[in-house]
Design a protein around this ligand. Structure first.
Ligand code: HEC
Length: 448
């Protein structure tokens, strides 16, 4: 068992080492590639976006993220009053707006404010809740014409589609901070990031400088927002910053309406797994408990057995040269065999039992074991184990059974009954002080 454990330890440490080395290698490789791409990009091709998106705080960030319904309603207002003049959102239907806290009636009224072509001549009909946010332009060409040759992209998945690279080592930390908001961060930064072009940068008519734009330093959309452009009725500040945050959150909702449910489910699953892991641990402990104790018992019993053998020469040397030879063989035998020879070893020990020590006659009585009182001693005697020698030669398993039958299943190991018995057989004095009365009583009992 010990051997198997060592093997496992080796495998685990090898695996851990390999993993660590691989990670270290990857880190070095990444940092090298990043530095080199920066170095080469510096003078000729600039790296867009020129500025990394600002990190705003979002209610839907993190494992416990949730929607701020008020914010989503404000975002919808900004979209409807400003952005929808150019941007479609053709994966979001009006009926989806009930998720933002609107009643069916309100949604119906909202839909009715939009006009849809019937396909017959130039006739139009008002919107139904099953309609989707329409495209303000009849065709791509028309969209291009009114926007300096650029088509305003659809908004349905915008917050998911734009996610500027975070670069090394930020993306490594993102794994641990669970950062996943580069979409809304990008939109927010773009909307608040318009500024004057730096000196020397000539900008064509209809283009606008913005260092947060992902595909260049200029784009065809002029800053769409300005302070007090949209009226808020909940008292929120009517600033470009607030509008930008609200529309970005709204676009995140449009792109992933079930984000909050997904997160709360994930959190519940994690809690479940944690509890489950704890339960598994305790079950494992319970299942292995018996086997472990037995193993420990065996391990303990081999040591005293070995000491029994090694203690033999001292005691027998005085006797005869013949037994000396026998003992010498026993000592030379490997420890594995020591167990098998335990029975004969204890036989060889018997002469030692007659020794005197520390003024106390060696008395082969179980009561001399520290911890065993008169009651337990009597019970043991009743079972046929009244002597130290009878206990010393028991196997760990048998000892456990005997102890159990006299009602000392927990104590015998803690008090080391067998170890004590073997010590005394080997010539050591009893662990506890034994007074003269007890000596007299026990030796009288032994003579009977
Ligand atoms: C007057 C029309 C117009 C309005 C109004 C407008 N946009 Fe745009 N938008 C455009 C055009 C055109 C582009 C394409 C720009 C380009 O690719 O150069 C664009 C692109 C974008 C992009 C994509 C940028 C990228 O990385 O490709 C985002 C995000 C965006 N607009 C957000 C908004 C938001 C939010 C609003 C409302 C607050 C809004 N727009 C209002 C015309 C408009």
């Amino acid at each position: 068992m010990g051997h198997g454990k060592m093997k496992l330890n080796k495998i685990v440490s090898t695996l851990a080492g390999t993993l660590a080395a691989t990670l270290a290698g990857l880190c070095v490789a990444f940092s090298l590639s990043v530095t080199s791409s920066f170095a080469s990009g510096d003078d000729e091709t600039p790296h867009y976006p020129l500025k990394h998106p600002k990190e705003a705080s979002w209610s839907f960030a993190g494992p416990l993220g949730h929607w701020d319904i008020g914010q989503l309603q404000r975002g919808l207002k900004v979209y409807k009053e400003v952005c929808s003049g150019c941007h479609s959102m053709d994966l979001v239907a009006f009926r989806n707006l009930t998720a933002l806290g609107y009643s069916d009636k309100q949604v119906k009224a909202f839909a009715a404010e939009y006009d849809f072509p019937t396909g017959v001549d130039d006739e139009t009909r008002s919107g139904k809740i099953t309609d989707r946010f329409p495209n303000p332009f009849a065709s791509k060409e028309e969209a291009k014409e009114s926007n300096n040759g650029a088509v305003p992209p659809d908004f349905s998945l915008m917050a998911k589609a734009r996610a500027p690279e975070r670069g090394f080592p930020t993306f490594v930390f993102d794994i641990f901070t669970l950062y996943a908001e580069n979409g809304p961060d990008y939109i927010y930064s773009l909307l608040t990031g318009y500024e004057d072009a730096p000196a020397g940068r000539e900008i064509d008519e209809g283009l606008h400088y913005n260092p947060y734009f992902i595909a260049g330093d200029v784009l065809a959309m002029a800053a769409p927002l300005s302070d007090d452009l949209v009226d808020y009725d909940d008292g929120s500040p009517q600033t470009v910053d607030q509008y930008s945050k609200d529309i970005s959150a709204f676009l995140m909702w449009a792109a992933e309406p079930h984000l909050a449910e997904r997160k709360s489910m994930g959190f519940k699953v994690l809690i479940f797994l944690a509890i489950f892991a704890a339960l598994l641990y305790f079950v494992k402990k319970q299942v292995w408990a018996g086997l472990k104790t037995e193993g420990a018992g065996n391990a303990r019993s081999t040591t005293p057995a070995a000491s029994l053998v090694s203690a033999t020469p001292k005691t027998t040397s005085a006797k005869t040269t013949v037994s000396k030879k026998v003992v010498a063989k026993k000592v030379a035998a490997p420890t594995v065999k020591a167990k098998a020879k335990k029975a004969s070893a204890t036989k060889a020990k018997k002469p030692a039992a007659k020794r005197l020590k520390a003024g106390v006659d060696f008395i082969d009585d179980i009561e001399l074991v520290d911890g065993i009182g008169a009651t337990i001693a009597k019970r043991l005697q009743g079972e046929g184990y009244g002597t130290l020698t009878s206990i010393a030669k028991l196997s760990g398993k048998k000892m456990a059974e005997v102890a159990d039958s006299v009602g000392a299943s927990k104590r015998y190991e803690r008090e080391e009954w067998q170890v004590q018995a073997r010590e005394m057989i080997a010539g050591k004095p009893p662990r506890a002080k034994v007074d003269q009365d007890t000596v007299a009583r026990l030796s009288a009992k032994a003579k009977k």
